[in-house]
Design a protein around this ligand. Structure first.
Ligand SMILES: Cc1cc2nc3c(=O)[nH]c(=O)nc-3n(C[C@H](O)[C@H](O)[C@H](O)COP(=O)(O)O)c2cc1C
Length: 201
């Protein structure tokens, strides 16, 4: 990670904050109990939804999510790629807002690896109706034959085409911490490397 910070007066503080953000994000996919495990992901159509953070690459500054390739958010991102991701750690009183560019990746080694690493029950979700399809009754959207059943590898084959990775490349981070003594806020923007500056909360 390039921690190049131009504001010499507060360089250490900003560099430490960026390193802290990287550490928090990297830890978030590893535990379902992590406060940053399910951030809110916003798309250009003003819709926001919770999504499990599956992986973070703090060298490329990418966030990895799994999704159904037929979901409305996939269509939006393919036409308007701006994505915002909001994290809040209540105990640490830290908000991290990431802005970046989303890409829906349907094929390739990374998608195949993510698919293979998922449990049969997780992959089963992708056998169902497209997210948002009208069911007319309370329903999981899954075909009846697979309700309450662990599907076989063969039965899961057609589900693979509905699985995709949403990869968000982060190019701006807005960090905000709440404190009785005065809130603090810093923004980091990425060009060649990261540049950070303190801004008013
Ligand atoms: C705790 C939680 C975790 C979720 N994780 C995911 C996820 O990892 N991927 C996903 O596509 N949807 C996930 N969802 C469902 C989304 O919030 C959303 O309802 C769904 O993806 C449809 O979104 P869309 O219509 O904007 O495409 C999750 C929902 C909850 C409540």
């Amino acid at each position: 990670m390039n921690n190049e910070i131009t504001d010499s007066g507060v360089a250490t503080g900003l560099a430490k904050i960026l390193a802290d953000v990287a550490g928090r994000l990297a830890a978030a996919p590893l535990s379902a109990r992590d406060p940053l495990h399910v951030p809110a992901v916003a798309t250009a159509d003003a819709r926001v939804r919770g999504m499990v953070l599956r992986g973070v690459d703090t060298t490329r500054w990418t966030l990895r999510f799994h999704t159904d390739s037929r979901a409305p958010k996939a269509r939006i991102i393919e036409t308007q790629s701006a994505v915002g991701v909001l994290f809040y750690d209540r105990e640490a009183r830290v908000q991290i807002r990431c802005q970046g560019t989303g890409a829906v990746v349907r094929d390739g080694a990374e998608v195949d690896a993510a698919w293979e690493a998922a449990t049969a029950f997780a992959r089963r979700c992708y056998l169902g109706l497209a997210p948002g399809a009208v069911t007319g009754r309370p329903s999981s959207g899954l075909p009846d034959w697979v309700e309450g059943v662990r599907p076989t590898e063969e039965q899961l084959l057609p589900a693979r085409r509905n699985f995709a990775i949403l990869s968000v490349t982060v190019d701006e981070i807005d960090w905000f911490t709440l404190a009785h003594t005065g809130h603090r806020r810093a923004v980091f923007r990425r060009d060649d490397g990261w540049r950070g500056e303190w801004i008013a909360p």
